[in-house]
Design a protein around this ligand. Structure first.
Ligand SMILES: Cc1cc2nc3c(=O)[nH]c(=O)nc-3n(C[C@H](O)[C@H](O)[C@H](O)COP(=O)(O)OP(=O)(O)OC[C@H]3O[C@@H](n4cnc5c(N)ncnc54)[C@H](O)[C@@H]3O)c2cc1C
Length: 416
């Protein structure tokens, strides 16, 4: 069923009895050409592009819980392509272009809202660093503008400009960045993949790999063995656990990241704003809630909830930046499991097992990558060679010293 204004009108006049489920609930088949492990944003996007762009095949997505229950439905919805390094920026710009055409591609309202991102500058050194980053963005076909403090004041007058410790001296603005309704992304990709023949199998946990003579034969699951010619693992925070079934240790640690939503307020924040002196980012949802977050909890965990010291730290960041936030009541908070790689950049690569592929290490920036991650992973699975924008996201970059250390602070995950 295609969604359209005409369809809404027709259903409105006929008691909404004609809507069909957005995707089927199939039984697993004995075998597939491709099995994607993990029905998060990245796994579903991979299935969508694999089935739509890279030719006809028998494809299944196996999800241990329900679609949208992982990080794809838990993030703060920020999308952007404002990276610095060559190994990253072209990839995130591909993602941004895919976001821009996503709703037409999926025939689904994902509420893509390019309301702009403002990274605040608090020191002269930071202005130099952002100028360099902005130039790199422009060279890769993205957009960047450097604003003075006066220009920032015009766009966001409620900020604390004269804070003695963290005065605001300007901002790097990326107008095409913004927000996208996170779970609509999962649902839209799931619906489209299903329409292209992909079996989306929920409540099906992968518990092991069947590997014979160094080649993948299929996956053991809570619903029995499923054969596969190729298996793509895309399980975000569970990366280390799932790859241990193939006896692989990854340069990835799992950590909790929390998100917060305030009570609904009148429109105040025009886009996304990030604090350049502490770790705090904020936007306002269409329902009026301030959606914000900060740092990871700082200890390894598979829990999807965090602890109070980070709540205090994030709220302090918010208060330093916009003191009026102290008048708003916190409505909800939750956590998700981050797959923190050792240089802050992802891995999209083949493994040492024939037919087993891995996609992970997204840290807390993988939502914006969803379309490109799905596209390039589908490319790798179908063609066995990396997509040009993801060629640097290899496993062996750590042993070869080719890390993509985006923050330039050394390969220290504790500093993320
Ligand atoms: C609080 C928070 C805020 C964030 N904010 C942003 C942001 O503003 N911008 C941004 O770009 N990124 C953000 N992120 C990061 C982003 O959400 C993740 O990097 C990204 O969603 C990870 O990819 P995914 O969607 O595929 O993950 P998930 O949705 O977690 O998908 C992985 C799936 O694998 C499944 N799975 C695990 N083990 C198995 C198994 N054995 N068998 C079968 N299935 C399995 C899980 O159930 C899960 O559904 C944030 C994350 C959090 C938690």
């Amino acid at each position: 069923m295609r969604y359209s204004a005409f369809r809404i009108l027709k259903e409105a006049l006929s008691g909404h009895k004609g809507w069909t489920p957005a995707w089927r609930d199939p039984e697993p088949q004995a075998s597939y050409d491709y099995v994607i492990v993990g029905g998060g944003g990245h796994g579903l996007a991979t299935a969508h592009y694999l089935s739509k762009v890279f030719g006809k095949a028998r494809i299944a997505v196996l999800e241990k819980g329900w679609i949208g229950g992982g990080n794809v439905g838990r993030n703060t919805t920020i999308v952007r392509s404002n990276y610095l390094l060559p190994g990253n920026e072209a990839f995130y710009e591909l993602s941004m272009k895919l976001w821009e055409g996503l709703e037409q591609d999926l025939n689904y309202n994902a509420m893509v809202s390019q309301r702009g991102i403002m990274n605040l500058i608090h020191t002269d050194g930071q202005r130099d660093a952002y100028r360099r980053r902005g130039n790199s963005m422009i060279l890769h076909g993205s957009d960047a503008e450097l604003l003075t403090a006066k220009q920032v004041r015009k766009e966001a007058p409620f900020l604390n400009f004269d804070n003695a410790r963290f005065p605001i001296k300007g901002a790097l603005v990326h107008r095409r960045g913004g927000t996208v309704r996170h779970d609509a992304v999962a649902w839209g990709y799931a619906r489209s993949a299903d329409q292209h023949g992909v079996d989306i199998i929920q409540n099906c946990e992968v518990t092991g790999f069947r590997i014979e003579n160094g080649a993948i034969k299929g996956v053991e699951t809570s619903r029995g063995f499923i054969g596969a010619t190729k298996v793509g693992v895309s399980v975000a925070g569970s990366s280390g656990k799932v790859m241990s079934y193939a006896d692989m240790r990854l340069p990835i640690e799992s950590h909790v990241l929390q998100a917060f939503v305030s009570e609904g307020l009148k429109p105040i924040i025009p886009g996304v704003i990030t604090f350049g002196a502490g770790h705090f980012y904020v936007s306002q949802s269409d329902k009026g809630g301030l959606v914000f977050g900060g740092d990871i909890d700082g200890y390894n965990s598979y829990a999807q909830r965090g602890n109070l010291p980070v709540v205090e730290d994030v709220c302090e960041g918010g208060m330093a930046l916009m003191p009026m936030i102290g008048r708003a009541r916190l409505l909800r908070m939750w956590g998700g499991i981050m797959d923190m790689s050792m240089d802050g950049s992802p891995i999209i690569d083949k493994t040492s097992v024939d037919g087993l592929y891995f996609n992970g290490g997204w840290c807390y920036g993988g939502f914006k990558a969803t379309p490109a991650s799905g596209y390039v992973f589908a490319h790798l699975l179908a063609k066995d060679v990396p997509h040009e924008t993801a060629a640097a996201m290899r496993f062996d970059r750590f042993e070869k010293g080719l890390v993509i250390d985006e923050k330039g602070v050394g390969a220290q995950p504790n500093l993320h």
